[in-house]
Ligand binder design. Structure first.
Ligand code: GUN
Ligand code: ZN
Length: 439
């Protein structure tokens, strides 16, 4: 899928080098007013002022002029559910009812490969439309769904992470696997997909409620046998979920203790939600390097609670931000940042727009230990780029008339933007949005 012919993208380039240390921290990012990227063979070869990039490029290199728009690294979504593309926007009660009433029935349909293929196509179109170039997904418990997920990613040349959901109890029988079966299937899928092209396999026990101790033990074995794979699960999202987990695992000191006791925690462990954390759990998170994944639209939609970013980060814990579609209500990382901002506002933790855009790009790449490949526009990175227009709608254009600084523009994009603000999405140097999607 790598593009062979070099291409120059011209526009206002913005890329981060570190987490901004406050609104004035200009060392945290590079911004070029008349900037450009030279893309070739799926990589960013050069980033710099347009004149310099052009003069160093091979004669006749095509130039795509995106001025006056912003060029950023493609967005990274660190927690999403591929089989929930038809669950999003379901009128439900809180987490456990929502799972039983809508989510499990929808996931059952992924036993059918043709269904999984069709949904995969729409799912990837949605990601691209919203400027997301990498995501970490739960597939269903059916190996078919993992094949559908990675086959479509491969066709599009996208760096995608994901895995078969392991679940052997407290769900419809046809959705349940067994401890041994889930181990065998995950192992085979991992062997097939992990590091095939840009794909990365993620060991995926859904959460403690839907796994027997034997299955969590199997997940721990998979992680020990494949330490360069990620592992994802859910934790401390909802009070009823926590109470049920404590009943199922009465010997654990706390919810995280369940995962700790099966060796599931390490620097590649992604823990969705982390809302109702105890002090001891925070300590274990810090010691193991596990990542707390904030899912704002989902946490509001399911009435789950308020993620304490400042408390978690000041405890020395790594964080990421994600949509969690279909508990989450939008594929857009812009909408996600906006709702995240409001959740933090409720706790008097006002997030600066530089921090927001760092989080959705380099911050999430670091949380995935993939910042050498994605999340930046630095030379050597994969050529995944999003082009954003802060005046995409009438409301945005009107407000844009009074915007004076980059930070104000970013905040406008975050507060009012969605897929309409995404002009183009490049994956491995190839234009995706305008060639695949009807306007
Ligand atoms: N906990 C276990 N499964 C799920 C899921 O599919 N979505 C959310 N939001 N939480 C979960
Ligand atoms: Zn989830």
């Amino acid at each position: 899928m790598a593009n062979q012919k070099p291409i120059i993208l011209r526009g206002r380039t913005l890329t981060f080098h570190a987490a901004p240390n406050g609104p004035e921290d200009i060392t945290a990012f590079s911004y070029e007013e008349d900037g450009a990227l030279l893309l070739s063979d799926g990589k960013i070869k050069v980033r710099g002022p347009f004149a310099e990039v052009q003069s160093g490029a091979p004669d006749g290199t095509e130039i795509v002029d995106h001025r006056p728009h912003l060029l950023l690294p493609g967005f990274i979504d660190t927690h999403i559910h591929f089989p929930q593309a038809q669950v999003i926007a379901s009128w439900a009660d809180q987490l456990l009812d929502w799972l039983n009433d809508y989510t499990f029935p929808a996931e059952l349909r992924f036993a059918d490969k043709a269904h999984a293929d069709r949904i995969a196509n729409g799912f990837y179109d949605a990601l691209i439309a919203h400027g997301t170039t990498t995501a970490v997904a739960y597939c269903s418990s059916h190996p078919n769904s993992v094949d559908a997920y990675f086959e479509e990613a491969e066709r599009r040349g996208m760096m995608m992470l994901g895995g078969k959901t392991m679940m052997d109890r407290n769900a419809p029988e046809a959705l349940c696997d067994t401890a041994q079966g889930s181990y065998d299937d995950s192992k085979a899928l991992l062997a097939k997909w992990h590091e095939r092209g840009r794909a990365r396999y993620v060991i995926t026990p859904r959460f403690a409620i839907t796994s027997t101790p034997e299955q969590l033990d199997a997940a721990g074995s998979l992680l020990r046998e494949n330490p360069d794979c990620h592992l994802q699960t859910h934790i401390n999202e909802n009070h009823n979920e926590i109470a049920f987990t404590r009943e199922l695992y009465p010997d654990a000191a706390h919810y995280l203790g369940v995962y700790e006791s099966f060796d599931l925690l390490g620097s590649k462990t992604l823990l969705g939600h982390c809302i109702h954390m105890t002090g001891h759990e925070l300590q274990v998170m810090r010691e193991t390097g596990a990542v707390a994944v904030f899912c704002p639209t989902s946490n509001l939609f399911l009435g789950s609670g308020l993620f304490d970013k400042s408390g978690i980060e000041s405890a020395g814990i790594r964080t990421a931000i994600a949509t969690d579609v279909g508990g989450g209500t939008n594929y857009s990382m812009l909408r996600t940042l906006d709702e995240g901002y409001k959740i933090l506002q409720l706790q008097r933790q006002r997030m600066h727009p530089l921090t927001s855009f760092y989080w959705a790009t380099l911050g999430n790449a670091k949380a995935l230990s993939l910042s050498d490949r994605i999340g930046t526009l630095d030379a050597g990175s994969d050529a995944d780029v999003v082009v954003l227009n802060a005046g995409a709608t009438q409301t945005m254009a009107l407000r844009m008339e009074t915007v004076e600084t980059l930070s104000e523009e970013l905040f406008l994009l975050q507060t009012l933007g969605d897929d309409r603000a995404v002009v183009e999405t490049y994956v491995a140097g190839n234009r995706q949005k305008s060639v695949r999607l009807k306007p």
